[in-house]
Write a protein that binds this ligand. Structure first.
Ligand code: BGC
Length: 426
């Protein structure tokens, strides 16, 4: 690989999600799911990184690494522990943390919903219940009124397709359903929440005198390829998987266009409902039937996911063709438990972006610190910073040093490639 510089107006940041790092909350759907025994290593998000108490230390580390952009989330179940009851302490906690972030020169990108629900919301059917739009909006408005002067950029919902596929189509996430009807309803309601949320965030911030609002939702995008391109079943499955998992949803959430598997909903009207494209990209799926697969002999990470750097531009181009907007990579990263190849992975994905000619403005690495990785628990490490879950000690990894060097240099030098990027994929 050769040295390269980042394009003009392109900046690096880091990403995380509240439930995966905060610890200490027992009032959410993933805590209950963990207690019901679904996590592979029997850990649960009550431990996580104790970030809720140690956020100052984490912020200090970001500053030391030169990080200027932080995508992070707030925990709905802390802010609204019971339906309609808002916790002022939790709101002021987040305000204090965000104020410190801004004071440190780090720009926040705030995720409002990232997979986890308050228990009361989960018990009423969460996004399957038509009331979700009104409830999501009330919660969102509360946050925007509380920190809107400090935060101009928002992600309404993280990866509706992953949430819905895993929770409502047999993926083993809460609430553990398996129904195409529920899958379609939940996706549709999430699109409705996003569009109504988009309008509300813009309106509320305008009322606060702020005109620089940018809102999007985080797309989980994969590349789909048929296992055997000559096999019509593989080709049709591939087309169907791409459409049912991501394309129809992207069109509905960006432009209000409704097609299968989305359903009609009064809030989903034609319009422009994203100010930027937010892309979470990890891997490619090789399709031969309904299940996801991996082609034989491809490089993989520690979870067996294919490493396919070109896909980061292919997926961005798919969105760019739907409608051209500035692109933020809101997540990209890999499970590399020993930090052998993470730097190489990052470097290869960034190089593809730099060469793509697409209007990519930000890259938020997933993740800043190792964290609670949903069904994998603490066993899958995605961080630039190592967490010792017993002592909660943070240690910057080699990939974290590489990341800091890239921020300093505005690109990757040959020396950095030789020093950091020679690890082998699995
Ligand atoms: C999610 C993160 C998750 C990451 C790695 C993304 O789909 O948004 O919460 O940790 O993938 O699995």
């Amino acid at each position: 690989m050769d040295a390269f510089r980042f394009p003009k107006d392109f900046e690096l940041g880091v990403a995380s999600a509240a439930t995966q790092i905060e610890g200490g909350d027992t009032n959410n759907s993933w805590y209950d799911w963990a207690c019901a025994g679904h996590i592979k290593d029997h850990t649960n998000p009550f431990n996580a990184n104790d970030h809720y108490n140690r956020w100052r230390e984490d912020l200090e580390l970001m500053v030391q690494m030169g990080i200027r952009h932080n995508r992070f989330g707030v925990e709905w179940s802390r802010i609204e522990p019971e339906e309609g009851q808002f916790d002022d302490e939790a709101l002021s906690h987040y305000r204090q943390e965000i104020q410190a972030m801004v004071d440190a020169g780090i720009r926040p990108l705030l995720t409002l919903h990232h997979f986890t629900n308050p228990r009361w919301f989960e018990q009423m059917g969460a996004f399957e219940n038509p009331r979700c739009v009104e409830l999501y909006l009330r919660f969102t408005e509360k946050i925007v009124r509380s920190v809107g002067d400090l935060v101009s950029e928002y992600i309404t919902i993280n990866e509706p397709n992953v949430y819905t596929m895993n929770g409502y189509f047999g993926g083993g996430w809460p609430p553990g359903k398996n129904s195409l009807g529920a899958y379609r309803t939940v996706l549709t309601h999430m699109a409705a929440c996003h569009i109504a949320g988009y309008e509300m965030i813009h309106r509320v911030r305008r009322e606060m005198g702020c005109n620089d609002t940018r809102v999007s939702f985080a797309n989980h995008l994969r590349v789909f390829q048929p296992l055997n391109a000559a096999n019509p079943v593989h080709r049709v499955s591939c087309w169907f998987a791409e459409r049912a998992f991501q394309e129809a949803l992207s069109r509905a959430m960006c432009l209000g266009e409704v097609s299968f598997p989305m359903k009609h909903h009064p809030a989903i009207q034609k319009g422009k409902w994203c100010d930027f494209h937010a892309v979470n990209y990890y891997s490619r799926s090789t399709v031969s039937g309904l299940a996801d697969g991996i082609a034989p002999g491809v490089p993989t990470n520690d979870l067996g996911w294919e490493i396919y750097p070109q896909g980061i531009a292919e997926t961005c181009r798919m969105l760019h063709d739907i409608t051209p907007l500035p692109i933020y990579i809101t997540e990209n990263g890999t499970c590399d438990n020993t930090d052998d190849f993470r730097s190489r992975y990052i470097c290869e994905h960034l190089k593809v972006l730099a060469d793509s000619g697409l209007p990519v403005r930000r890259y938020y690495h997933w993740c800043f610190c190792d964290n609670f990785e949903w069904l994998e628990g603490e066993s899958a490490r995605f961080g630039l910073v190592h967490i010792d879950y017993q002592t909660q000690q943070r240690t910057v990894k080699r990939s974290g040093e590489f990341y800091a060097a890239m921020i300093r240099e505005g690109g990757v030098t040959q020396e950095m490639i030789n020093t950091y990027c020679c690890g082998d994929y699995r």
